[in-house]
Design a protein around this ligand. Structure first.
Ligand code: NAP
Ligand code: G4F
Length: 321
């Protein structure tokens, strides 16, 4: 089997590549041209994967890519994925996260409708939640240009499934984290910040809204759900979540506590880090994924926080040396 992953240099792309290589797949990754390489997360598998240049902004590059690679499965993980940036660059976010999806679906429709497709949809689409917990049936109320763009990507995936019979699935994934998470996302900012403070490399950590609640899981568990969706006979939509919500404050307490630090001495709230519109509470119900895909997460909240803190401590200790 041959899989093409867009966004292979990102957190999820790197875990999915690891997972598919273990399953014996031939893995191709789409990368965009940059003046310096951003391949840190896939360095360990660099000689086992094939990297091909294309960009979500360029339709012909996507068509050429799909024609050259001839994949059995495409996982569309590439996106402008940072919510605050979507207010500063709403048009770009729409180009990548909304129209970018159509460009890949068009390439499939044009070249080979048998290619199976996975779209990385997001719990951000639930935004100002209409129901608790959120399921596949919960209406969307996105609160950021990112969430709006992802809602388009979700519905165009369903539309190509229904209009052209393409095996196109959409995974509505709740927040998932890991030691490979980008440093600007709150979990990694906290674990990196706590480790820096512990090692005497920083004395304060500036954060925004500590009351927001998220349903956090481990990225390594969540990429398995993507693959399971693509293996199903019929394409569908699935919520993937841990089923537990924690506040940012809980995450901070757990991370600092793991290092025997009292977060109250170090964390400063900064109004500049508040968002124009916040998603206050996310909690997913992944019963359908558990029932129909047999998916079960292995890493719980406490284990996740500890794994991330330990990895940041190890990295920073090595850098300090
Ligand atoms: P990430 O770490 O930010 O990775 C994003 C990837 O997209 C990177 O490989 C990036 O490449 C690539 N990319 C961005 N713009 C591109 C373009 N124009 N052309 C080609 N590649 C482009 O994100 P992630 O956390 O792995 O998330 C993966 C996907 O799942 C995203 O679509 C995200 O929106 C979605 N999602 C994530 C979560 C979560 O909690 N992590 C939850 C729900 C949905 P560069 O290395 O070149 O920047
Ligand atoms: O870690 P975050 O930036 O993630 P957010 O906005 O929930 O988005 C992530 O999850 C989505 C799934 O729901 C993905 F689709 C998306 O691509 C991304 O992976 O922020 C989480 C919460 C927010 O409520 C934010 O206001 O943490 C709060 N927060 C508090 N202080 C902060 C900070 N967020 C960041 N990034 N930085 C802070 O200093």
């Amino acid at each position: 089997m041959r899989a093409l992953i867009t966004g292979i240099t990102g957190q999820d792309g790197s875990y999915l590549a690891d997972f598919l290589l273990d399953k014996g797949y031939e893995v191709y990754g789409m990368v965009r041209r940059a003046s310096t390489e951003t391949f840190g997360r896939i360095e360990h598998i660099r000689d086992r994967i094939n990297l091909v240049q294309a960009d979500l902004l360029d339709q012909l590059s996507i068509i050429n890519l799909v024609e050259d690679v001839k994949p059995d499965e495409i996982y569309n993980l590439a996106a402008q994925s940072f919510v605050p940036t979507s207010w500063n660059q709403p048009v770009l976010t729409g180009e990548f996260d909304a129209l970018g999806v159509t460009k890949i679906l068009e390439a499939i429709r044009f070249l080979n409708k048998k290619i199976k497709f996975y779209q990385a949809s997001s719990s951000e689409m639930f935004g100002k939640v209409r129901q608790i917990p959120q399921t596949e049936e919960t209406p969307f109320y996105p609160r950021s240009p990112y969430g709006v763009a992802k809602a388009y990507g979700h519905f165009i995936t369903i539309n190509y499934r229904e209009s052209y019979g393409i095996h196109a699935s959409s995974g509505i994934l709740f927040n998932h984290e890991s030691p490979r998470r980008g440093l600007e996302f709150v979990t990694r900012k906290i674990t990196d910040g706590a480790a820096r403070i512990k090692l005497g490399l920083a004395d304060k950590l500036h954060l925004g809204n500590l009351d927001a609640e998220r349903d956090w899981g481990f990225a390594g568990d969540y990429v398995k759900a993507m693959w399971l969706m693509v293996q199903k006979e019929k394409p569908d939509t699935y919520v993937v979540a841990s089923g537990q919500a924690h506040s940012v404050r809980n995450f901070v307490q757990e991370a600092f506590g793991h290092l025997n630090l009292d977060y109250l001495e170090y964390v400063v709230t900064d109004p500049k880090l508040m968002r124009p519109a916040e998603v206050d509470h996310l909690l997913g119900n992944a019963s359908k994924a558990k029932r129909e895909l047999g998916w079960e997460p292995k890493v719980d909240f406490k284990k996740l926080v500890q794994m991330m803190v330990d990895a940041d401590m190890e990295r920073l200790r090595a850098e300090k040396k």
